[in-house]
Design a protein around this ligand. Structure first.
Ligand code: ATP
Ligand code: MG
Length: 580
């Protein structure tokens, strides 16, 4: 049963002169994609596609989630169980007077309740916003203010440490739900509330353009933006999960991303459930041996991770992986940062499969360019656009856009129109409008397309280094550096130089067994010179214990640069590692 949505359409969704971002439902690709969902006519609701539909079709007994607690506990949730939990959560929201369109912020670790909360929020027609549980008080507050949070779901510990002091100042906040059986004054304990709620709920018939998700960007290049996504995105979540990751009913799938950022929601909740896969969720943080034994013991088939994790595996060496049986693995994919060719080759050796790089952004809501199953992998390339996605390499000329040819470096751009494209940056209409020029969405990333149609990442537009007339992308330099036996990770920036304009400077971390020394620095520079030539190789290599990274695992080059130049550090709300 589906109830009518009471939600107004988003007012802020598109400014004058901005191309429509709604799906072109006439195209063949979207017609094919519609086969994977059933709510297309009339209303469409992400949670309905993820749960109700499967249970109604007799698949309630399929395993939806296998949850591994950090202390060795395990919990299995069947599709019928997860549906009941989500329904209870939806009832708790409506019982407390929340309405479609209200915003639910969730900040807790990877515990089963947050998955039910996400889906229950969507069922009730409310908007789901995940936050990293490790965010400090200020980033949480800023995001809740920007997003106009009406509900916060969190743990008692997080609430007391990070939220209690200022919660009353957030005028929109109506309800704080605390996981567990007790709650501080003014909050509601979720355990008893769920137990008292009915496991049945009529999903709200949200319309395709009703807002469903707000995701804050990673903050790699500056202050995070709040990207708004609509229920219609589910069409693309369903489609791209199949095309780019090989998700299908019953597949054992592990997405290692935290739901605190977009990958952990689009492909860590929605896409696998809509495709009726079985999701493995590990509550614990990265631990190499735990990861390997999880893949082995749980017979993981599709594994979606990120370069930062893959580089950590490489750092510990192939030997550590040897005792494990990885024969269940069928498809490995990576996103979030450029995947160095070395990592692709390494994973092929260790897992018998290459990691397949794919590219997308918070803004695009789903995978755009990918090394798709069955496609030949060119190590270092992001692959090709998914069918239905038109990508180009362009340059901006006088307020217009010109498409560049194979081999030319320019800005990676996409033709708007796929269902999961963002509909707004919260409160930043002008910034949103600026992303669209001449019928293209401009990504802010630089890339190159080769003659075979493969796309190659060059760098963020802001990170490009201009040295003696050469344009140097940091990715190329970093990839060459980590091919050196001693180098685990590298972050490369340009620093001002009187004669060259800028010169390349590299910050690196070392593999176990190597110590910083002048001789090693010389050797690494020599290696880079041999690979890249003197104009592109770093002039200086600096050893670091860690590199500054976002919580989603991306190297923050802008911070390396700000520190190098003694400039203000800017927004560091998403900074995770900060030792020097
Ligand atoms: P912010 O926009 O706040 O600076 P962010 O761009 O890192 O942060 P996300 O939306 O999480 O926020 O990340 C998208 C970006 O990550 C892309 O624009 C691109 O720069 C980078 N990225 C993602 N996947 C890849 C990939 N496969 N190869 C290279 N870069 C990638
Ligand atoms: Mg970005």
């Amino acid at each position: 049963m589906i109830r009518d949505s009471e939600m107004p359409l988003p007012g802020a969704s598109s400014g004058a002169g901005v191309p429509a971002t709604q799906a072109d439902t006439s195209s063949e690709v979207w017609a094919e994609a519609q086969r994977f969902i059933d709510g297309w006519k009339g209303g469409i609701n992400i949670a309905h596609e993820a749960l109700d539909r499967h249970v109604a079709a007799g698949h309630g007994g399929d395993l939806a989630i296998r949850w591994l607690g950090k202390n060795g506990t395990r919990r299995d949730l069947l599709y019928a169980d997860l549906l009941a939990e989500a329904n209870r959560f939806a009832n708790v929201l409506t019982d407390h007077g929340l309405h479609p369109g209200d915003k639910v912020f969730v900040m807790a670790g990877r515990v089963p309740e947050i998955y039910a909360a996400a889906l229950g929020t969507l069922k009730a027609g409310l908007v789901f916003t995940p936050l990293f549980s490790a965010f400090g008080p200020e980033p949480v507050r800023t995001r809740m203010e920007i997003g106009g949070a009406n509900v916060l779901v969190t743990t008692e510990g997080i609430y007391r440490r990070k939220v209690a002091a200022w919660a009353h100042e957030i005028e929109t906040l109506k309800l704080v739900l605390i996981l567990g059986d007790t709650a501080p004054e003014g909050c509601v304990a979720l355990g008893p509330a769920l137990a008292a709620a009915s496991p049945a709920f009529d999903t709200v018939a949200t319309r395709p353009e009703d807002p469903a998700l707000i995701h804050f960007t990673s903050g790699t290049t500056g202050k995070p933006k709040g990207a708004v996504h609509v229920h219609n995105a589910v069409l693309y979540h369903a489609y791209s999960g199949r095309k780019a990751l090989g998700l299908e009913p019953g597949v054992k799938y592990w997405c290692t991303a935290d739901p605190g950022w977009v990958t952990g929601t689009s492909y860590g909740i929605i896409s696998p459930l809509v495709n009726r896969a079985t999701m493995l969720i590990d509550e614990a943080e990265f631990d190499l041996e735990r990861w390997y034994s999880t893949v082995q013991d749980e017979r993981v088939e599709v594994w979606y991770s990120a370069p930062t994790a893959i580089r950590m595996m490489m750092r510990e060496g192939a030997e550590v992986a040897k005792p494990f049986d990885f024969s269940s693995l069928r498809f490995l994919a990576s996103v979030g940062e450029p995947l160095n060719p070395e990592a692709v080759v390494w994973s092929e050796k260790v897992f018998g499969q290459p990691f397949h790089d794919n590219w997308w952004q918070t803004e695009t809501g789903g995978i755009m360019i990918a090394n798709q199953p069955g496609m030949e992998v060119k190590p270092g390339s992001m692959g090709k656009p998914l069918p239905g996605i038109t990508a180009g390499i362009v340059e901006r000329v006088d307020g217009a856009v010109r498409e560049l040819g194979p081999g030319e470096i320019g800005e990676l751009a996409l033709r708007p129109g796929w269902p999961s494209m963002m509909r707004a940056y919260l409160h930043e209409q002008a910034r949103y409008d600026k992303c669209f020029v001449d019928g293209w969405y401009l990504s802010g990333d630089l890339a190159m397309r080769d003659a075979d149609g493969y796309f190659w990442f060059v760098g963020r537009a802001d990170d490009l280094i201009k040295s003696s007339g050469h344009l140097i992308g940091p990715f190329e330099v970093e990839s060459a550096l980590i091919e050196h036996d001693a180098v685990a990770e590298a972050g490369v920036i340009g620093v001002p130089d009187e004669t060259a304009g800028e010169v390349v400077k590299a910050y690196i971390t070392l593999n176990p067994g190597f110590d910083p020394s002048e001789a090693l620095e010389r050797d690494i520079r020599g290696h880079a010179r041999k690979k890249l030539g003197p104009a592109v190789a770093p002039r200086e290599v600096v050893f670091r214990k860690t590199l500054p990274k976002t919580r989603s695992g991306k190297i923050m080059r802008r911070l390396l640069k700000a520190r190098e130049l003694g400039l203000p550090e800017g927004d560091i709300s998403t900074l995770e590692t900060d030792e020097t």
